[in-house]
Write a protein that binds this ligand. Structure first.
Ligand code: ATP
Ligand code: MG
Length: 388
């Protein structure tokens, strides 16, 4: 068993230069991932090995813990261990059989400090959140939301109640993030829910969207939160990048069922604590955010795929059904109008008489089970009818 020293971000460089003048060498644990590498260290040299980079790995994927416990046994007496203090709580528990003593390094703080943090993560207060709206703004939000999303009336009712309660309990500090888990067939408006919230919050930026369909399930967590400091190509991960690019408090997680257990646990943490932390230990306060998760899984698979702890943390879980023919017709009328107006303004004022009525009469909405197909039908019918 050995001792572990914690340093804070603003102590590290002073600490390192002090200790190097005293003859120590510094290494990241990622350089020593096998016991041969550990054996190749000089016995007469004193080393500090920084284990910060392995914390996020082991925290979300504890299948590696066994290997690490074994690996630590091969270290000699000439090695001391250090770690970024942000990991203190996690590491004291995760590595409880490796370290039996912990203390903080004793050193003055570095001079250039906070600037670094400010660049990497933007202030969450500059972002427009549902919890920030006043009553008039909230009414406007709901009317834009209702207008933008066709059908799904029950969901809309429930969403209104959820938001109302969220705004209260968020202020009381009891409800950090409003989470919606939407299931159902393709092309019926699950992702559209997030797009509509995004517009209704008045965003001028891109929607913060992560799609697990784009990641291989194997290293989904790394793509999401970046690889740990010290690894080749280490970065801050896609999640914080997307969140930083957006001006509203909304995150869309598409095809969530394609992620893996490490990712599920990671989101469990976010929903619980309201904080997004990446592998570089950048921390973002997501208090007041809405997170929309979408998935094509059935109700039955939902129970087998997603752990009960995570399931119980979603504020809304629901299966979206196909829109009624009446709602599909509303959608068609809106789209046809929109297309004709744009065409008239941007391309030509020479529009055939009764174009709108013709297109509407040629589309039988009951044939369509996917709104994408219906949208394509609208486009095709439009093009066929403006041909001379
Ligand atoms: N209820 C709806 N209101 C308005 N537009 C809708 C609605 N449902 C679907 N659409 C339209 O259909 C397109 C497809 O819907 P959406 O992207 O939400 O599908 P999805 O349910 O997320 O499907 P997938 O599982 O394939 O991702 C959207 O771009 C949107 O134009
Ligand atoms: Mg979708």
């Amino acid at each position: 068993m050995s001792k572990l020293f914690f340093y804070t971000r603003d102590q590290f460089f002073n600490f390192k230069s002090d200790q190097m003048s005293a003859g120590f060498e510094f290494l990241s644990m990622s350089k020593l991932i096998s016991s041969q590498k550990i054996e190749s260290l000089e016995v007469s040299q004193q080393y500090y090995v920084d284990i910060s980079s392995i914390v996020s790995f082991v925290k979300y994927d504890d299948s590696q813990l066994f290997n690490f416990e074994q690996l630590f046994n091969s270290f000699g007496e000439n090695i001391s261990f250090i770690c970024d203090k942000v990991y203190e709580k996690d590491i004291k528990y995760i590595f409880r059989y490796i370290f039996d003593e912990f203390s903080d390094v004793e050193v003055e703080r570095d001079e250039i400090t906070d600037e670094v943090q400010e660049i990497s993560v933007k202030e969450s207060s500059s972002v427009k959140k549902i919890t920030d709206l006043d009553d008039a703004e909230l009414d406007l939000f709901f009317s834009k939301f209702d207008e933008g999303l066709y059908g799904h009336e029950c969901f809309k009712e429930e969403f209104k109640e959820l938001v109302t309660s969220f705004r209260v309990f968020n202020k009381l500090g009891e409800h950090k993030i409003l989470s919606l888990f939407l299931m159902g067939d393709s092309g019926i408006g699950k992702t559209e829910v997030a797009r509509t919230i995004h517009k209704a919050l008045g965003s001028q930026s891109k929607l913060a969207k992560i799609s697990f369909g784009n990641y291989s399930s194997h290293d989904a967590l790394n793509s999401l939160i970046g690889s740990p400091r010290g690894y080749i190509g280490s970065d801050g991960g896609e999640l914080l990048k997307r969140v930083n690019e957006s001006d509203v408090g909304l995150i869309l997680i598409d095809e969530f069922e394609k992620a893996n257990n490490a990712v599920f646990n990671y989101f469990l943490d976010i929903l619980e604590n309201g904080k997004i932390i990446n592998s570089q230990a950048d921390e973002y306060d997501a208090n007041g955010y809405i997170i929309v998760f979408t998935s094509n899984i059935t109700k039955e698979n939902f129970t087998s795929k997603i752990s009960p702890e995570l399931r119980s943390r979603f504020d809304y879980k629901g299966v979206f059904n196909l829109l009624t023919d009446e709602d599909k017709k509303k959608f068609v009328r809106f789209r046809v109008n929109q297309i004709i107006t744009k065409y008239y303004q941007l391309i030509s004022e020479d529009v055939p008489d009764k174009l709108y009525d013709t297109i509407i009469s040629e589309i039988n909405v009951s044939q369509f089970k996917n709104m994408r197909d219906l949208n394509k039908k609208i486009k095709d019918t439009f093009v066929a009818n403006i041909k001379p």
